[in-house]
Each structure stands twice: as C-alpha cells, then as structure tokens.
Design a protein. Structure first.
Lengths: 306, 315, 251
C-alpha cells in the first residue's frame, strides 16, 4: 500500500464521487421539490452517454459532442417530463415507481435496439489525452483530472445558482414547501419543469463526461442509480449540499474500501480470511454506511426542514 | 369478506388448478414448468402485496427473501438436509431473523427513506452472496436434484411440483386473507391509513409493522425454496434490485391491497413477457410503455378494473 | 383535598426563536371541564399536542393521576386514559363507522397480536362500540364507511372513538369547528352530558359554547396563560378583553 497507490485511488474515489454528485443533484431536487420517485434518472445518464457517442461520430470529436449533448439531454428530459412525469406528481409513489420502471425497461432496450448491445466508444479529446506525472513513477490520466475539475466547477456553479439567484431561491423554497410556493403565485408547473430539466441535463452531462473512459452500454445507468439513491438518502433528500458531501463520501469509501479493504483487514485477520471478508464487505460498505446514517438520522445528514 | 368478495379469488384458483391438465393435453409440457415458475413469483408478489397493501411498507428489497429461501435450500443440501419441509422451516427462520434485524433499522425511517433502506439491505445481501465463492458466487450453484418430500422424490416431476406450488400459494393466500381480517390486520390497516390516529387510540406502529415484515419475508422465503427447486439452480441474481423492482411492478399492476390482485398481476406480467418473447426478443420495448400506461390510467390495477364495485379493505 | 387529575408545571416549547408555549402551569381536577381560549396563533393546539404526546416540550412536567407522563408517548397516555380528539378529523376513511370505534375498544381489550378470527365480528368489541355511537347519536350510521360522513358527523365520530377508550381526561381540540348552529347546540348538549363522567380540556373559538359548558376558563395568549378563572371572572377580566382587542363576545 504505497503512497502513490493511495493517491491514485483517492483520485479515483473523487472522480466517482463527483460523478455521483452530478447524477444525485438532479435526483435529490426532483425528490425534494416534486416528491417524485424517479427511477428513470439512471437512464437519463445513459442517454447522455449515448448522445455523446452519437454526436462524437457525427462531428468527429469530443467537444462538439459535448456541446450538442447538453441541449439534447435537456430536451430529452423535458420530453419525458411533459409526456409522462408531470402527470404523476400528484400520484402516490407506487404509480411513480411503476411508470419510471417502465421507462427504464423501454430505454435500456431501445438503446440496445438502436446501437446494439456492444459498448460504444468515444474518443478522449486530444487536448486532455495522456497522463501527467503526480509523483516520480506515478502517472494519472489528464482527462480524469479534468473530469474532477469540471465536476467541482459545476458543483460550485450549482451552489451559486441555488443560493444566490432568485430562481435558486424558488427551488429551495419549493424543496421545503411546494404548495406554499404555489400559493404565493409562482408558476409551479414551470418551476417543476425547470428542476426536472436541469437535473436531467446534469445527469446527461455526467454521461457525456464519462463516455470516453467508461463503456457506453445498455444498463450502464442502473447501478449508478442505486448509488445515487444511497447518496441522496445519506445526504438528505432535497439538499444539494448534502448530496455533494454524501457523494464524495460514497465515492471515496466505495473506491478506497474496495482497493484497500482486504489489505487493512490483514492487520486483524489471516491473509485468506482477510481476503474473503474484504471481498464480501467492500461492496457492502456504502450500504452499511447508509443503514448507519438512517439509524441515527432518519432524514439524512442535511435534511431539508419541511 | 363475503363470498361475493371471494369470487375472483375462487375463479383464479379454479383456473390455476385446471391449467396443467390443459397444458398436458396441449402441446408443451414445458408450459407446466413455466406455470410453476409463475406461481412461485405470484407467491412472492402476494407476500409483498400484504406488506404494501396492508402495511403501506413499500419494500424495494423483497427479492432478498427469495434469495434467502433459495440459498437455504443450497446450504441445507450441503449439510445433508434434503427434505423440503425442513428446508422451508430453515428458510422461514432465516427470513424472520433477517426481517427482524433489517426492519429494526428500516422502520426508523419513513417514506422514501424507508424504501431506500430496504433497497440497501437487499443490496447488502446480494453482494454478500456474490462474494461467497464456496456457494458459487456470481455464477451460482447447481443443485443435484429437487428436494424430497417425506423422504421420497415426490416433486421430481414437473406436474407434481406445479401442484405443490399451487398448494403453497393457496395456503399463503388463505393465511394472509385471514390475517388481514384479524385483530392484527385491522390495526396494521389502521396504521397504514392514519398512523397518528392509530397512536392516539393506543397502538404503537413499530411492533405491528415489524411483524408484518416478518410474515411477508417468511412467505417470500418459502417462495425462494420453491424457486430453487424449480430451476435446480440458485444465483445471487435472484435477489438483485431489478428482481425486487419487478416484484413491486407485479404487485402494483395487479392492484395493491386485494391480495388476489397480486397473484393476477404476477401472472399477467409474466404471461405477457413469455408471450411477447415468442414474437420478439425486444419485449421491453412493449412492456415498458405498457407499464407507463397502466401507471397513468389504471388507478387501481387489474383487480380494480375487474371488480369495480368492490371497495375498501376491511370487511 | 383530592389530588388534581392533571398537573402541568413549567411547560415550555420553542420553534427556533419563537416561544410557542411559555412556562405554562396549571392543574385540572377530575369531573371538571376547563375551556382553553385565546386568539389565533396563541399556541392552543401545540399545548394539546404536548399534553397528548404528539409533541415534546423543551422543558416542564406533566403529571397525570399522580404519574409523571412527560416522557411517555401517545399510545401510553391513551392507555392511561388521557385521550384527545383532533382539530382536523382523523378518522379512518376506509373503515366503517363501527370499525373505527371498535378499533378503539380493541385497544383496551387485550392483545391485538391475534392473527385468527374476524375482528369485525367480535361482539365483545362491537357492543361497547355501538353503545358509544349511540351516545353521540351516530348509531344509524354504524354500517356506513367513515368517508361518507358529513363534517359534523366526523366530529361526532371522533368523540365516540374517544369515549370508547374509557377516558379519564379528554382533550377536545375545537370539536365544534365548522359545524352549523344546530349541530353545535347538539354537540354542546352531548359534551354537557359527559361532564360528570370524564374531565375535559376543551379548546374552542365558539364562545357561546365555551360559556355554556365551562366550569373554568383558561386564556392563552402568545403561549402564556394570562388568566384562569370562572366564566364570570374571565368575562370581567381587563387583561383578557385587551388581548382579544374588541372581540364582540366580550363587549
């Protein structure tokens, strides 16, 4: 367990965390403002990745793809909202689960039908290709650093937007008391559309960002969706700040746990027992964390007071 | 629960009894095996409907109990216990412990937090079994044969196995229908409708909700023992969150709260899947939008659509 | 002198910087009806919430029949006979009227962890339930679903449920709210008829009802009890009149 390895895995953990934040941000707002269980948020991320792959092959490059993916992901999200989701805001969670599950099934199959089951690839932009030297003998891909940077910048921009603009204030208000906001004369339909569309765009953005480094394939959003849910539950539903902190926690704990868990257990157990237990425990760590948080704080770490 | 109120359930079970005879005279004995699998999932959906419909406890980790039941069969056979009834008892005990422990944590949360908590525990169990290479890990474990009943290979034939599944399903239905009408069921229902009112009258929700989790989990674990026998193969995929989601979908499709609706919902969903797979291997392109349409327009599920005049849960 | 049924000492509750219950202390004797009045926002429902166990005070004690119940939850208090009705009717809409009351009887009739038998057919539960419904005048509606009741009938059902719990003290949170004149008169007769059997703390805005029923009146303003006395004394109290600022009933 060298320092170099720790640094690399920490950066990987940060990358996962940032990714999770981009996905969880939209999810937590949708939950918080509209009280809408959106299982289809993971496919939103997948659609972003596929759009990026498609635009990349059309325009021949990453930057063009990114520029086109953002509005396309936004449009796609809004289409889903207008056609299906807005009719479910008043309904109970069960109907929402049913509908969004249907969306997952449909879209996972649809991308397979259109693009086939084999993973697509998106070229890394040349400006960000290659690796930089962090330490003697330690290389880290530039692109991944850029991804972390982009994510942090987005998080900061989101923070400014939520806390320092009028619309952001409405979003925060809607998160605490949507009927009240409506009663105050704000067009709640438009607010919901804004929240949903923006969240969808963020998820699509995340998908486009990872397209060069992860395989773009059907179902790629499913497991991240579960992680995103864990993030927003730990962070507290409706809270962007909670989502950010929880996302980084989850990203780091999951990555570092898998990388170093078995090794750390060797301090207490025999090598084979440590390996077995480590491999069993590592993927469970974040769920254990979530259960522990829920036990102490049933509304998450930074609950939005209703 | 009047006789008229029971009519749909009676019709349903009558149809299920007749089905294998029809299948035998028809083309495919494979249909009987398929039918058994549907009955098993219907059993799991039934138990989930009790949890959701009577207790308002939306569990996104119910497939974990299928896994507990299935792996109970595996573990029992590894130590030489191949009697089905004993395996079922082991499964029920394991499920009760799991339900009690996880319920203790999950029930502290409410609403979406509760749903996510159940999901987390389901995932934990999933990853646990993935990591257990001695049980096959991700690839699963193949059983050498079906379990024995009273020392004899009575359920080795698909025909007999189907009727075992049907018998278990019928028993579970009767059991849950009785519990729903009992004192316990009434309190559980009251807690679902208005927890504050239940507390004001003197009932603490937690013990009742925990008991409901144990009951539902135990029944789903029995379904798990059956599913292990049906395919003679067990894998962690049995308890993935996608399976939990499917169980919820079947329950909601059938119409939450009517118990027999969940059975119908499961049968309808699985039949649809099977039928569509004969035409295309892109079944989800059709099933997905169908679920969306049912969610948007079918407020009370199949049970509600078929019996428009019946309403309410208590007698 | 007999010990009071309810003794409240120094009850205080804050929501952030706002003090909603400000060092409230009082006693209530068995068999008495005390009316709690005050302007909107005075904190009357919050006080009822703390007495019934729906909310936890930041400071203070509640002693019921000699036992300190400050830490006990709502179900425990109901079991002791401290029962409340809700301002917004909290009846079980999917149950019949009878089942709503029978459930309350069930709470006081042994274990509810029985998984066999039909609860709705238990005579031991239905008979007392029907009696309670008869008391409030809802016997004819026993078989109907609770959601079919009118607003006034739901308030009556709330009282029947409370009665079925064999209460020692009933906390009634605006039982006449939203009722017409005739229904209110009937309600006043009903409550008046109960006075000898069960102590009551009645929160009400309808001052005619208050003066007709109350043995004592307590006045809550901004979370503080500013007056407590007989109806006549309260009517004459200058501080109360000032607090109500020209309320017609005091003119």
């Amino acid at each position: 367990m060298s320092l170099g390895l720790v640094i690399v895995q920490t950066l990987n953990g940060l990358q996962l965390g940032i990714l999770l934040f981009l996905i969880a941000a939209g999810l937590t707002l949708t939950f918080g403002v509209m009280n809408f269980v959106n299982l289809a948020h993971g496919v939103q991320y997948m659609v972003g990745a596929y759009l990026a792959a498609m635009f990349a092959s059309l325009t021949g490059g990453f930057w063009g793809a990114l520029a086109l993916t953002l509005p396309a992901a936004l449009a796609f999200g809004l289409a889903l909202e207008i056609l299906i989701f807005r009719w479910l805001y008043d309904r109970d969670h069960l109907s929402q689960i049913l509908a969004t599950f249907g969306v997952i099934l449909f879209l996972n199959q649809a991308v397979k039908t259109i693009w086939g089951a084999a993973p697509l690839s998106v070229p890394t932009p040349t400006a960000l290709s290659g690796s930089i030297v962090l330490m003697p003998g330690l290389l880290f891909p530039v692109y991944r650093l850029a991804l972390i940077g982009a994510g942090l910048a987005t998080a900061f921009a989101l923070y400014l937007f939520i806390n320092h603009t009028r619309v952001g204030m409405l979003v925060r208000a809607g998160s605490t008391n949507a009927p009240m906001v409506s009663a105050l004369g704000v067009n709640i339909r438009r607010l919901f559309m804004l929240v949903f569309g923006f969240g969808a765009m963020l998820a699509g953005f995340a998908g486009a960002l990872v397209a060069p480094i992860l395989s773009v394939e059907p179902g790629m959003g499913d497991n991240l969706l579960i992680l995103a849910f864990v993030v927003i539950v730990i962070g507290g539903i409706g809270s962007i700040r909670g989502a950010f902190i929880a996302a980084l926690m989850v990203g780091l704990i999951d990555t570092l746990g898998r990388a170093f868990g078995p090794q750390m257990l060797r301090l207490a157990l025999s090598p084979s027992a440590a390996s077995q237990t480590g491999r069993a425990l590592a993927p469970m760590l974040i769920y254990i964390l979530m259960a522990a948080v829920l036990f102490e704080r049933p509304s998450g770490l930074f609950p939005v007071k209703r | 629960m009047t006789m008229r109120g029971q009519a749909p359930a009676i019709l349903l079970f009558a149809g299920l009894v007749l089905f294998p005879f029809a299948a035998r005279f028809g083309a495919d004995a494979y249909l009987i095996a398929l039918g058994a699998r549907m009955l098993i999932l219907a059993l799991a959906a039934l138990s989930l409907d009790f949890l959701v419909g009577q207790g308002a406890l939306i569990s996104f980790g119910h497939a974990a109990y299928l896994g507990i039941g299935a792996y109970s069969v595996v573990l029992a056979s590894l130590v030489g216990i191949d009697d089905f009834l004993l395996q079922a008892l082991i499964a029920i005990a394991a499920a009760a412990v799991f339900a009690a422990l996880t319920g203790y944590v999950s029930l502290r949360a409410s609403g979406v937090y509760y749903i996510m908590s159940t999901l987390a525990f389901g995932q934990m169990l999933y990853f646990l079994f993935v990591s257990l290479s001695v049980l096959g890990g991700d690839d699963g474990y193949t059983l050498s044969s079906r379990s024995r009943v009273f020392g004899r290979p009575l359920i080795a034939s698909d025909f007999a196995f189907y009727f075992l599944c049907l018998a278990v399903l019928a028993c579970a239905y009767l059991l849950l229908a009785r519990i729903t009408q009992s004192r316990f069921g009434r309190v559980l229902n009251a807690i679902r409708q208005n927890p504050m009112r239940a507390r004001a009258v003197g009932f603490r929700p937690f013990p009742f909700q925990l008991a409901a989790c144990v009951i539902a989990g135990a029944i789903a674990a029995v379904a798990g023992t059956l599913i292990a026998n049906q395919s003679e193969f067990v894998a962690p995929a049995f308890m993935s969150w996608q399976r939990s989601g499917e169980l919820l979908v079947m329950t909601i499709l059938g119409g939450v709260g009517s118990l027999w609706g969940a059975i119908l919902g499961a049968l309808a969903y699985l039949t649809l899947e099977e039928t569509l797979s004969l035409i295309t291997d892109q079944t989800h392109l059709i099933i997905g939008p169908l679920l969306i349409i049912v969610a948007l327009f079918g407020r009370r599920g199949l049970a509600g659509a078929l019996t428009p005049r019946l309403s309410g849960a208590a007698a | 002198m007999k010990a009071p049924l309810l003794r409240v000492e120094g009850l205080t509750k804050r929501f952030g910087a706002l003090v909603v219950t400000d060092d409230v202390s009082f006693t209530l004797d068995g068999g008495r009806l005390v009316a709690l009045i005050g302007p909107n926002g005075a904190g009357k429902t919050t006080l009822i919430d703390q007495l019934s166990g729906a909310a936890r005070p930041d400071a203070g004690h509640i002693v019921f029949d000699g036992a300190d119940i400050s830490r006990r939850d709502m179900p425990a208090r109901a079991a002791l006979g401290l029962v409340r009705s809700f301002q917004i009717a909290a009846v079980l809409h999917e149950f019949s009227v009878l089942d709503n009351v029978a459930l309350a009887v069930q709470a006081r009739s042994g274990s509810s962890f029985r998984f066999c038998g039909r609860a709705s057919r238990e005579d031991g539960l239905n008979t007392p339930a029907l009696a309670a419904l008869d008391r409030v005048g809802l016997l004819a509606r026993a078989g109907d679903l609770a959601r079919e009741l009118s607003h006034g009938e739901k308030r009556l059902l709330e009282i029947a449920i409370a009665l079925a719990l064999k209460p020692r003290l009933m906390l009634l949170d605006e039982p006449f709210a939203g009722l017409g004149a005739e229904e209110t008169r009937a309600g006043v007769r009903l409550i008046g008829g109960l006075k000898s059997e069960v102590a009551m703390l009645l929160v009400e805005h309808d001052l005619d009802a208050v003066f007709a029923l109350a043995d004592e009146i307590a006045v809550l303003v901004d979370g503080r009890l500013i007056a407590w006395g007989t109806p006549d004394a309260i009517r004459a109290d200058k501080g109360v009149r000032a607090a109500y600022l020209g309320e017609e009933a005091f003119a």
